[in-house]
Design a protein around this ligand. Structure first.
Ligand SMILES: Nc1ncnc2c1ncn2[C@@H]1O[C@H](COP(=O)(O)OP(=O)(O)OP(=O)(O)O)[C@@H](O)[C@H]1O
Ligand SMILES: [Mg+2]
Length: 194
């Protein structure tokens, strides 16, 4: 509590392509009943066109995107509302841009082996898998260090719900009790509080 108001948490789910940001972030949001934004939807038209033509984004390109994510987060914070955001945040400076000065924002960084990410992406329906793009993600990746404030590294699990459990346990939010049945934690469906 600060000044009598409950401080609501915003959780950023980060990691390379294929680590499960969208899947795990969406499940977490459904389990908690918190709004979810996938930061892919916050890119400018010019960034989208650049990415679609296979041109990598520069740090300069990413600035307005990070600002848009920060604005979404700050709008939630301004009304004391929680939320979940999916955002790659591969570099420490991107993570700092979202976390610094925002103590109610926590980041979970999904850790995944490159081969596992590749096999997930190759099997992902409706998306073209580019090994080159995935390699560029791992080349850009600055894994979070143990002392990075506000960042909790989470090794990915085989089942998305197990990763969600790990996140909720680590952050001390929600619980298995919120789930509708004893087997739901490992099943493919979301829990009941949607
Ligand atoms: N245990 C798991 N956790 C999360 N996703 C999984 C898991 N096992 C398989 N998948 C699948 O992996 C694929 C990649 O997941 P997802 O799209 O959520 O990754 P992402 O990090 O959002 O990637 P991108 O950065 O490209 O958007 C999806 O098809 C998802 O269903
Ligand atoms: Mg995604």
């Amino acid at each position: 509590m600060i000044d009598g108001a409950v401080v609501a948490m915003i959780v950023i789910v980060a990691g390379v392509s294929g680590s499960g940001k969208t899947t795990v972030g969406g499940l977490l949001s459904a389990c908690l009943g918190w709004p979810f934004v996938d930061s892919d939807s916050l890119h400018s038209r010019s960034n989208i066109e650049k990415m679609a033509s296979g041109v990598p984004l520069t740090d300069e390109d990413r600035e307005p995107w990070l600002a848009a994510i920060a604005a979404w987060i700050d709008a939630r914070r301004a009304c004391g509302a929680p939320g979940v955001v999916a955002c790659s945040a591969l570099k420490r400076k991107y993570r700092a841009a979202l976390l610094d000065g925002r103590p109610s924002v926590r980041m979970v960084f999904l850790l995944i082996d490159p081969d596992v990410a590749a096999s997930r992406l190759a099997a992902r329906p409706g998306h073209f898998f580019s090994a080159e793009l995935l390699n560029s993600q791992f080349a850009a990746l600055e894994p979070p260090s143990a002392d990075e404030p506000g960042v909790m590294p989470v090794p990915v699990r085989d089942r998305p719900n197990d990763t969600v459990d790990e996140i909720m346990g680590g952050l001390g939010i929600g619980s298995r009790d919120d789930r509708p049945g004893p087997t739901a934690a490992s099943g493919p469906t979301t829990c009941g509080r949607t």
